[in-house]
Design a protein around this ligand. Sequence first.
Ligand code: IMP
Length: 206
Amino acid sequence: MRKLWFMTGNRGKVAEAKHALQPLGFDVVQLQVEGVEISEPQADDLEEVARSKIEQAIPHLPSPDDALLVEDAGLFVDALHGFPGVYSAYALKTIGFNGLLNLLQDTTQRTGSFHAVAALWLDGKIHLSRGICQGEIAMQASGNDGFGFDPVFIPHPIQYNGIAYSTDGKTFADVDMIEKEKFSHRRKALDGLIQILNESKPASSS
Ligand code: IMP
């Protein structure tokens, strides 16, 4: 099996990627670059952030034949011209999801979307894939599951594998992980990469 390093501090994301990519012949392992600071560039685009992180991490790969995965996500609120976007982690830490609700208290325009960009370094090339989940910012927080802005995000109904799905107005924090995955920006970004990997057909695939 070919090694695919996933640079993330989140073990849940590693488990998700392992589940998706192992059948394609990749041994997904968490990469934690010790003693080196991987900086977040000041950029207003997730692709630029993901590309920068992957370029910084490539020299730290144990073997040049290994593949490397990086993923970056954020919540883009239309009434706030895309804020918090690439600054979502910082916004969550500072104003929190209640701060976001406060910013929107005088507006009926509630639309927004989660975006995730997955960047894959494979055979000397960087492949990028974006997944988007459209939805609404709730009037008030609800639910205990999930993380980040999940308690204030209601996904729009979607079609997945030919089947229609809706959370019936519930937030991401009101539904379980399996339900969220059907709508998830992260899952869609990973699906895009799987397509690329399928086309690249690793020699040692089993
Ligand atoms: P990351 O790049 O996946 O770490 O995401 C950056 C930030 O975006 C997180 O700290 C969250 O605030 C927000 N975010 C990204 N994806 C999600 C999600 O699926 N649910 C809730 N918040 C998310």
